[in-house]
Write a protein that binds this ligand. Structure first.
Ligand SMILES: [Zn+2]
Length: 361
């Protein structure tokens, strides 16, 4: 029993979401040379130099000798006397990320968003604007996944009346109010997710969503110490490993496999997980827009399946033509397959897909 590429392309059966969780490692992998203008993504241990904020930090008489931004920021955050410095620092960080621009050629983020369907979700910890910019340029032609921003994002604003979220600087389509920029959550160990209106909704949706997914892919998220609470929330929402038999867990990361499996052991059922060191070896990249169907064929129906790898070196024209045939099948079969296990969310204020609405206007 074998499933050919053609058969995979023509098969639309799964309505359950595939969830991708993005961490800083995903943005580094996608933008190794920085943004369109060569502006690089800072790492926690070169953050201060990369942003050029040495002077700001030096003047503050901080005790830590660490050059890790998490340590520096945590210390400033704890000290009420340094509040104005903290605000200045936050402004610098926000502006640095907000001014980044996605390069002109297709990137891993373009490939990622094109390879998922509208039933699928990406939950990102990243503040940078690249994912939104990738959605913006591909969303004009394709139905793309919905996105949750777990630590806020410089490119995203939301309507305080709960109508929608969209580009930072834009206006609500319902009530014409300017969208409120989302706060970004800085690296301190005690992150109070529930205190921020926008972020608490993102987490509540994620919690709900995790009960419905057939597969989770974690891409470049190292679960840093300052994210203990995030990992706890994920564990709680994902439930116990014993009660999970069908779901698949995939990790895309350049780190050592032992290191990774110890980080993620609570999420990994004894056999149902895989580790890849590159996005292009992942389930998504080899079964674009059909990750659920490929999962069904291989793991539920025990069939041999062919890979249908996305054309990673194609330019936008070629890339879009390649994805057109996948979406054409979806459009054709949409009428009969619209309700098979799709996640709608129980929070009335959830308007995650409206980001596409705004970006496509
Ligand atoms: Zn509104």
């Amino acid at each position: 029993m074998e499933v050919s590429i053609e058969q995979e392309i023509n098969q639309i059966e799964v309505g359950k979401p595939h969830l991708v969780i993005l961490g800083a490692g995903a943005s580094y992998a996608a933008f190794p040379n920085g943004d369109k203008n060569g502006k690089i993504l800072p790492l926690m241990n070169n953050f201060v130099e990369t942003l050029g904020i040495e002077k700001l930090i030096e003047g503050a008489k901080i005790k830590t000798t660490s050059n890790n931004f998490e340590d520096i920021y945590s210390e400033i955050h704890k000290n009420p006397e340094l509040e104005s410095l903290r605000k200045e620092l936050e402004n610098e960080v926000y502006n640095y990320f907000q001014n980044m621009e996605i390069p002109d050629e297709p990137t891993i983020y373009d490939h990622l968003v094109l390879s998922l369907r509208n039933k699928d979700f990406i939950a990102t910890f990243n503040w940078d604007p690249f994912l939104v910019q990738a959605i913006q340029r591909n969303g004009k032609r394709f139905k793309l996944p919905r996105v949750l921003f777990l630590h806020g994002n410089v490119e995203v604003g939301y309507c305080e009346n709960g109508h929608m979220m969209g580009n930072n600087g834009g206006f609500c389509h319902e009530c014409d109010q300017p969208l409120t920029p989302t706060n970004i959550l800085y690296p301190v160990s005690e992150k109070n997710y529930h205190l921020d209106e926008f972020i608490s909704r993102q987490w509540a949706t994620l919690e709900d969503l995790l009960k419905h997914v057939f597969m989770v892919t974690v891409f470049g998220y190292g679960a840093p110490v300052s994210d203990t609470r995030a990992v706890e929330l994920l564990k709680k929402a994902w439930g116990s490993t014993d009660s999970r038999n069908l779901e698949e867990f995939e990790i895309i990361d350049v780190r050592d496999e032992d290191d990774l499996t110890s980080t993620w052991s609570p999420f990994i059922h004894s056999h149902h997980y895989r580790v890849e060191n590159s996005f292009y070896n992942s389930w998504i990249a080899n079964h674009p827009r059909r990750s659920g169907e490929a999962y069904l064929n291989q793991f539920m129906n025990a069939m041999f399946i062919d890979n249908n790898p996305l054309p990673k070196d194609a330019d936008f024209q070629q890339l879009w033509e390649w994805y057109d045939k996948l979406q054409a099948v979806e459009d054709e079969k949409n009428i009969t397959n619209s309700s098979s296990g799709q996640f709608k969310g129980t929070h009335p204020i959830l308007m995650v897909n409206s980001i596409l609405k705004t970006l496509n206007h």
